[in-house]
Ligand binder design. Structure first.
Ligand code: C5P
Length: 234
C-alpha cells in the first residue's frame, strides 16, 4: 500500500476531556492528520469532537469495539459512517462482523476487527469458555474476518508478521503497542519501535502516550513519522 509516512500515524486521543483533546490537536498541527477516539472520549463528547476533526480535514478512528445483536450493530455502524469516520472497530464475532459489513455498504468507513483482546491469555480464554489458545483463536477469527469482508485487523506488531499470510492483501493491519527507542513501555507488555512495526507488516500505528505525554508532542510525532519513513528506505 502506498501511503505517506505521516498518514500511517494515528494518535490515540487518550486525554480526559474534549478541551484537552482540542489543545493537543492544535499543538500537533499539520504533523498529524489521523486521530483515534476511545470509550472515555465518547462519554466526554468525543463523537461530536470526532465530527469537528473530520470537518477540519482529519481522518478519525472510532475505537468503539462494537458487539451486540445484529440490528444494534447495524445502527451503530450507520451512525459512525454518517459521522465520516475512516476506521471503526468491532469484535471479531461472525454475526457482528456480518451485520457491520452490511451496514457500512456505500460509505467510506472501513471496519477493523479486534480478534482477541491483548489483555487475554490462554487462561482467560479458558475462563471465558473457549477451547482455543490465543494464537489459534486469533488465526481463526482473522480468517473469518477475511471471509466476511472486514477491511482490516487490530493486532500487535508480532501478530502482524503471522497475520499477513492469512488476510487478503487489501486488508490493513493497525498496530498499537509502539514505543520509540528509549521510551517508557508503560503497561504495554510487548512493544516495537515504529520502524520495526512497519517492517513487520503493520500499515498503521496507533500511538498514545509517547506523543500525548511528551513534553513536546509535535516533536515526538515528527520523530515517529521520520522513523516510519526510515523503515521504507532500508
Ligand atoms: O499510550 P499507548 O501508545 O500505549 O496507547 C495505545 C492505544 O492503543 C491506546 O488507546 C490503547 O487503548 C490502544 N490499544 C492497545 N492495545 C490493544 C488495542 C488498543 O494499546 N490491543
Amino acid at each position: 500500500m502506498t501511503l505517506d509516512p505521516r498518514e500511517r500515524l494515528i494518535v490515540a486521543l487518550d486525554v480526559a476531556s474534549v478541551d484537552e483533546a482540542q489543545a493537543l490537536v492544535a499543538r500537533l498541527g499539520a504533523s498529524v492528520g489521523f486521530y483515534k477516539i476511545d470509550q472515555l472520549g465518547f462519554a466526554a463528547g468525543g463523537l461530536a469532537f470526532g465530527r469537528t476533526l473530520v470537518d477540519a480535514g482529519n481522518q478519525v478512528f472510532i475505537d468503539m469495539k462494537l458487539h451486540d445483536i445484529g440490528n444494534t450493530v447495524e445502527r451503530g455502524v450507520e451512525s459512525i459512517a454518517r459521522l465520516g469516520a475512516t476506521f471503526l472497530t468491532v469484535h471479531a464475532y461472525p454475526q457482528t462482523m456480518h451485520a457491520a459489513v452490511e451496514a457500512r455498504a456505500g460509505s467510506k468507513l472501513r471496519l477493523l476487527a479486534v480478534t482477541v483482546l491483548t489483555s487475554y491469555d490462554d487462561a482467560d480464554l479458558a475462563a471465558a469458555g473457549y477451547d482455543f489458545t490465543v494464537p489459534e483463536l486469533v488465526a481463526e477469527r482473522a480468517a473469518q474476518a477475511r471471509d466476511i469482508g472486514i477491511d482490516g485487523l487490530v493486532c500487535s506488531a508480532e501478530e502482524a508478521i503471522r497475520l499477513r499470510s492469512v488476510i487478503r492483501p487489501s486488508m490493513v493491519l493497525v498496530t498499537p503497542g509502539i514505543r520509540p527507542a528509549g521510551a517508557a513501555a508503560g503497561d504495554q507488555k510487548r512493544v516495537m519501535t515504529p520502524a520495526a512495526a512497519i517492517r513487520a507488516g503493520a500499515d498503521y500505528l496507533v500511538i498514545g502516550r509517547p506523543i500525548v505525554a511528551a513534553a513536546d508532542p509535535k516533536a515526538a510525532a515528527e520523530a515517529i513519522v521520520a522513523d516510519i519513513a526510515a523503515a521504507h528506505h532500508n
